[in-house]
Design a protein around this ligand. Sequence first.
Ligand code: ADP
Ligand code: MG
Length: 649
Amino acid sequence: MTSTPLLKLSAVRREYSAGDTVFAALKSIDLTIEAGEMVAIVGQSGSGKSTLMNILGCLDQATSGSYQINGRDVKDLAPDDLAALRREHFGFIFQRYHLLGDLSALGNVEVPAVYAGATRAERDARARSLLERLGLGDRTRNRAGQLSGGQQQRVSIARALMNGGEVIFADEPTGALDSASGKEVMAILGELHAEGHTVILVTHDHAVAEHADRVIEIRDGEIVSDRRVREYNARPMADRPARTQSRFAAVVDRAREAFRMAVLAMAAHKLRTFLTMLGIIIGIASVVSVVALGKGSQQKILSDISSLGTNTLTVFPGKSFGDMRSAKIETLKASDAEALAQLPYVDSATPSVSTSNTARYRNVSATAQVSGVGGSYFRVRGLEVTSGGVFGETEVRDIEQVAVIDENTAKTLFVNGEDPIGQVVVVGKVPLRIIGVVGTQQQGFGGSDSLTVYAPYTTVMSRMLGQAFVSNISVRISDGVPTDAAQSAVSDLLARRHGTTDFFINNSDDFLKTITSATRTMTLLVAAIAVISLIVGGIGVMNIMLVSVTERTSEIGVRMAVGARQSDILQQFLIEAVLVCLIGGVLGIALSFSVGLLISLLGSTFSMVYSTTSIGAAFGCSTLIGIAFGFLPARRAAALAPVDALSRD
Ligand code: ADP
Ligand code: MG
């Protein structure tokens, strides 16, 4: 013969090793099969027929010897080239049908076309017409379990023909069928042969083998006879489906198929999937909640602080807090405040002095914090007036003996509940007329028990302390002015007035920054602990995915036999892992939200603040965990040899 044969085996040997011993299932097989032949390989059970057929079908590789397909040695082909060969040119029919149980008859038949990149319409039409032709037109929606053995085998024949199936490999196709169904299947194979398909049939039944043109008998891994029963005339194959789908659309289609299979697999084990998810749910819920709690507490602290007045600078004497000499520095004057108030960046500047003294009303006395403040103080600090009013610039200028007290003081001094407004309280030796009551001021964190009496700073300086200097000056910066610019302007002016820098400026922004970074550190720390729980959840996912791969080895084998690439298998299991984690993530976020809702329903002043960033991060995190922990099982699935996967039933 002059042309290259379709399939050519030379000195092919296949060994299996079991422990120390090596067993040769095939010993030096030489065999040539031409396109269009119908060949039966017969032999007793265990003689090596399936081993031979798996090598011919590129599901398995020979230990030694060469196998050429159309003159090309399969040793030179990569796994994906072999997959392409199986997908585009081969079709397999197995004794046990090997249909995918989660799919309908139609779905099963379509699988090879999905991997081959046919459009949905193309493959739907072709699968239907094939099923129609095989007498299953009314069974397209049935699952494998709802079909008889003969029907299942016909579905598997349709699947083998889906991409053309030039060469059909049938391993004991009638082995599990009743004789009527067996006859039907053999008739179909005969028809296919008549249409030009090359058919390679493996059977232990000589009667079945008689359907072929050529019968090869094999015994203990060796060919013992090779006889031609009928002459054959190679007919050209007519029927090969056309492909119109673009490359990109085909990739999307395969991803969609992988997604669908992942969903089906998850649905098949709902409880198991949920328990696996639980780790992710708890992990994500705790991360999101911790971050939300951190944000909530930060916002609460920040709003407490901002009630102290935002965008303010405070000028103190000395070099810094804790400077021993600052008590002796008497250069900070009320006139400094007046000068500062003239600066363009400055909204207002009020000096304040403070001291503590005994406040007396009738026979009740208590130690109070005396704050000598300016007229705009109450507005700047946002203090809430609960009764009466507050003093202003006039009272300050006129050094009036008036006072505003906070609620603590009112409660302490006016034990019988009388109205403090208009009453006179003696502070130290100075009688002050109460004109108003304000809410207790937040002293940094939490409430304060101290009593505070506010009086014009002029009154406190001249009548109580007899000093000409102030304790500090609060400068309110105009809106929209950068704090830094205002701060340097204030600093320059004071340094010029004093001739030296004997003061320091405390910036409320710096304070906010410190608080923000402190709460952020706390949040990070707790979130790190929550992340550990996520990792534990991820390990759970990996574990269950490994189980899933083991369980579905046979499915993987079938997919590989019909031409799935390694990347298709990898993708399918990765998608499943990512999906478990993503759904877990969504449920985790939902759980965290319900915890937040519960807290707010319980009437806590404290609330959880969910940021889109943290929710986005939770999604990202779950996807990443899915990929990271799903990769190993998925790669293990993809790396399976088709024959090993198939034989593990
Ligand atoms: P047949 O299909 O003719 O019944 P096989 O080709 O399946 O026979 O097997 C041929 C021989 O190789 C048998 O003795 C079988 O036990 C052995 N064999 C087949 N597959 C394996 C395997 N994966 N590992 C070890 N031995 C195997
Ligand atoms: Mg066999």
